[in-house]
Write a protein that binds this ligand. Sequence first.
Ligand code: XMP
Length: 334
Amino acid sequence: MKFSDRRPEIMVRINTKELAYRFIDEQVKLVREQVGDRKVLLALSGGVDSSVVAALLIKAIGKQLVCVHVNHGLMRKDESENVIKLFRGEMDANLIYVDATDRFLELLADVSDPEKKRKIIGAEFINVFADEARRLEGIEFLAQGTIYPDILESIEQAEGKKAVKSHHNVGGLPEDLNFELVEPIKLLYKDEVRVVGEALGLPHNMVYRQPFPGPGLGVRCLGAITRDRLHALREADAILREEFDNNGLAGKVWQYFIVVPDIKSVGVKDGSRYEGWPAIIRAVNTTDAMSATVEEIPYPVLHKITARITAEVEGINRVLFDLTPKPVGTIEWE
Ligand code: XMP
């Protein structure tokens, strides 16, 4: 990290649409100057950062941007479909969809160590993306949704402070893929990225969506991932999100999701013994994800979620609520 990578102190905080429009105009000009008539590749996860970069680059260079959406099979319910619908359907993006579910799940079978799982998912993501990049011709640039906290984190790592978990982002592509980087939002904080996203016309619920880790449901399907437990987790998580939306909690709770551990307990369903996994609800508030408090969820909502998950999701026979703040727990379980 060089000193010049730091955000200039005189840079204003982008907190209004007018400022966002000015930022967008400037970046559109800069990107056009940098790229000319050449092509740019972008890994589009559907998260806020990569989506804002995609929308910005579509505005600047249209079909010269090639977006690749890799579905690692660990996405939430309907997530990949929504990315395709928005970017291909509404924004007319040049979007390649890669369903790599089998590749990932085969590699992850029998792997229970959380760090190993993260490493496998991160490395395989790069492999799949690199395979696509090699197939495409005439690409000279790689766009990335790097934001300013990522730069600060790199500075901290360079200074020798140790990370608790290895976070996964695209980067570190093989040497034969020698792209020049395009990083139009690298000086922005997250709140500014959201303001810019809305000014670019991205839907509010996408721009303000809760964070979702790169390894996805892989770190919420605890221990060795199996397809049936992953499916149960995805369905239970969709119910939780729907009920949070319906009960006005979605905008109030910073992050909420389901975790399904690899343990079974005895239950009873329709008069018969029914062994199943527990679905654990995590609902936390934080400002910087370094520490977090547990949000109080009204009991009637918890009862409704419990009733729905146990009735609708095959394999789940209990619902638990995680009361642990960070520290001592981390937000994710792995
Ligand atoms: P923890 O579990 O460390 O999580 O308390 C803090 C925040 O980071 C998110 N998280 C990740 N985000 N890649 C990401 O981009 C990752 O590998 C990753 N792991 C955790 C987590 O969801 C929480 O918001």
